[in-house]
Design a protein around this ligand. Structure first.
Ligand code: AMP
Length: 260
């Protein structure tokens, strides 16, 4: 089995994510937390455990950097991204709306990096509502600021398949080379110190109020993000289970994390 799930389903459309495994229900989650808290890694692990698709708006905007003729809205969005600022809501929502079929996929999804503002959360609610769906839960990952900054500066990604690594916490098998597709790993432009500061401010001003929005909706689960990725995953699955099915048999992962 691949060590990381396919993060490219978004790019190819909702019915391109391969065979849908049998299950009696699919899960629809949002992951919140500051940049560098490990949302991308947890999205990948959760999807591997539950058979859902990881959907990252950041992946979409990074891929759009290679568009030969970007629209003026997209150009503005990409400039904002390079500075570490948030892309305007209307561009983000239009980008997600174009891929609404991914949200309706029977696999379910784990959204990583969307929504980031209350306006985006309201747009997501409307998009799901149109298709008779709702979010199951919103996981908010929590970690001290200095740990977050250390995680960001050690992060390396594969531009080809979007897999995520960390120089010390989750190194690839061969230094600088992606385990999944053998692409050359790079540091994201916005993981440099000057962009990190801007992104942290954007998070505090625009994204933190979202936690309150989802708390009021009864969907928010706070999960401590310290420790190894597998430990955080276990904590997340426990919190989700207690939220979704108290008193029922534990939420059983399929695939790599299934107990023999
Ligand atoms: P991420 O990979 O989620 O950290 O996103 C990288 C960058 O893409 C962010 O710093 C923003 O500039 C932009 N971005 C991604 N998702 C969103 C979003 N939902 N709203 C606004 N900007 C976003």
């Amino acid at each position: 089995m691949n060590p990381q799930p396919d993060r490219m389903a978004w790019f190819r459309g909702g019915d391109a994510c391969g065979e849908v495994p049998f299950r009696d229900r699919s899960y629809r989650f949002v992951l919140l937390g500051p940049p560098g808290v490990g949302k991308g890694t947890q999205a990948a692990l959760l999807c591997q455990a539950l058979g859902a698709c990881p959907l990252s708006t950041g992946d979409l905007f990074r891929a759009a950097q290679h568009d030969a003729e970007p629209s003026s809205a997209l150009r503005t969005a990409l400039e904002a991204m390079r500075r570490g600022e948030l892309v305007p809501d209307e561009v983000v929502v239009a980008t997600v709306r174009e891929r609404a079929n991914c949200l309706a996929c029977r696999r379910g999804f784990v959204l990583d990096g969307f929504p980031r503002t209350t306006g985006q959360a309201e747009a997501l609610h409307a998009l799901l509502d149109e298709q008779g769906m709702a979010l199951d839960a919103v996981v908010s990952y929590e970690l001290p600021l200095e740990t977050v900054v250390a995680r960001l500066s050690g992060r390396r990604t594969c531009p080809a398949c979007k897999a995520i690594y960390h120089l010390t916490n989750q190194p690839p098998r061969s230094p600088g080379v992606c385990d999944r597709c053998h692409g050359r790993l790079v540091q994201r432009e916005d993981d440099r110190p000057e962009s990190i500061r801007v992104r942290m401010r954007a998070y505090q001003e625009d994204t933190q109020p979202l936690a309150e929005y989802y708390r009021r909706a009864g969907k928010l689960l706070a999960v401590e993000a310290a420790g190894r990725p597998e430990e955080v995953l276990e904590r997340t699955l426990r919190a989700l289970h207690e939220h979704l099915a108290p008193g029922q048999p534990a939420l059983v992962p399929t695939g790599k994390f299934a107990k023999a």
